[in-house]
Design a protein around this ligand. Structure first.
Ligand SMILES: [Zn+2]
Length: 258
C-alpha cells in the first residue's frame, strides 16, 4: 500500500495512460468504484479467461473470484476455504494461472473478493494458503493480527471501496507475538508495543499460546465488527461477512472459530 492511496495521482495516471479505462481505479476511492455494475465485472472475467484461452498456453483461466461483485459473502468464504483445501492437499491451481495476464488486467484496478487480517509471521503466506493469486485477496498484516485504527481503515477500504465480501481475522499456531505477550518478554525497541493489543486474549484464554491466539482472533473480529460503522453497515446489508479463523502452521488447515 504505497502510492495507490493517492487518489489524485491515480486519477492523473488513468487520464494520461488509459482514457477508456473503467472508472474504478486500483485504489482510488471514487464513489463510482463502489458501484461498478456486475456486467462490467463479468466482461472483465470473460476477457481475462478468453485471452488465456486464445493464447493457447495451457494455463488455467484466472479464477471466477476476480468477479467478486458476483459473489455473495457465503460464496466468497467458500472460495477461500476450498482454496485452503487445495493447499492442504497439495493441489494448487493458482500457480498455473498466467501471471503476465493477471498483472496486465489488474494494473489499473483491483477487485479482491476477500480480505484477511493476518499475522506478519513468515509461516503464514496468505495467498498461498488459500490458493489465490494476484488481485484476489486484500491482505492486512501486523504481528499478532490485531485491529488498530489504521488496520480498520485498511479493511474498510478493502470491503467498502474494493468490494471484498468476506473478512477473515486469522490467528495462527505458535504465534511469537502472542507467546511474547504471555511471557511479558523483555524485547528490544518497540516490540512490546504489540503486547497491550494481545493481552485481553491472554487474560481470557490463559497461558496456552494457541488458545490465546484463537481468543485473540475472536476478540479482534468482534472489535472490527463493533468499532467500524462501515463494516457493521456492510454486514447488516448482507454484503459482508467478518469471521475469526485459525491457521494451523503444521497441517496447513484454516479453521473457522465462529
Ligand atoms: Zn504470529
Amino acid at each position: 500500500m504505497t502510492s495507490q492511496f493517492h487518489p489524485k495521482n491515480d486519477a492523473t495516471k488513468r487520464k494520461q495512460t488509459s482514457p477508456d479505462s473503467e472508472s474504478s481505479s486500483t485504489c482510488g476511492p471514487q464513489p463510482s468504484a463502489w458501484n461498478e455494475d456486475a456486467s462490467r465485472r463479468k466482461f472483465f472475467q470473460m476477457a481475462v479467461g478468453g485471452a488465456v484461452a486464445a493464447a493457447g498456453m495451457g494455463f488455467l483461466a484466472p479464477s471466477s473470484a476476480l468477479a467478486q461483485s458476483l459473489l455473495t459473502p457465503e460464496q466468497a468464504l467458500k472460495e477461500l476455504l476450498e482454496g485452503n483445501k487445495r493447499f492442504v492437499a497439495g493441489r494448487l491451481r493458482s500457480f498455473f494461472q498466467d501471471l503476465a495476464i493477471l498483472r496486465n488486467h489488474t494494473s489499473e484496478k483491483q477487485q479482491p473478493f476477500a480480505a484477511v487480517l493476518a499475522c506478519s509471521d513468515s509461516r503464514v503466506p496468505v495467498e498461498l494458503i488459500f490458493d489465490q493469486t494476484i488481485g484476489h485477496i486484500f491482505v492486512t498484516r501486523v504481528a499478532g493480527n490485531f485491529t488498530t485504527s489504521e488496520v480498520i481503515a485498511s479493511l474498510e477500504y478493502g470491503a467498502k471501496v474494493l468490494g471484498a465480501k468476506v473478512i477473515l481475522v486469522m490467528g495462527h499456531g505458535s504465534c511469537g507475538a502472542v507467546d511474547a505477550t504471555i511471557q511479558h518478554k523483555e524485547a528490544p525497541g518497540q516490540i512490546s508495543a504489540l503486547y497491550p493489543h494481545i493481552q485481553p486474549a491472554v487474560d481470557k484464554a490463559g497461558p496456552d499460546t494457541d488458545e490465546a491466539s484463537k481468543a485473540n482472533a475472536l476478540i479482534q473480529a468482534a472489535l472490527l465488527r463493533q468499532s467500524s460503522t462501515v463494516v457493521s453497515g456492510l454486514v447488516a446489508e448482507g454484503n459482508l461477512m467478518v469471521l475469526a479463523a485459525f491457521y494451523n502452521i503444521g497441517s496447513g488447515v484454516v479453521s473457522l472459530l465462529e
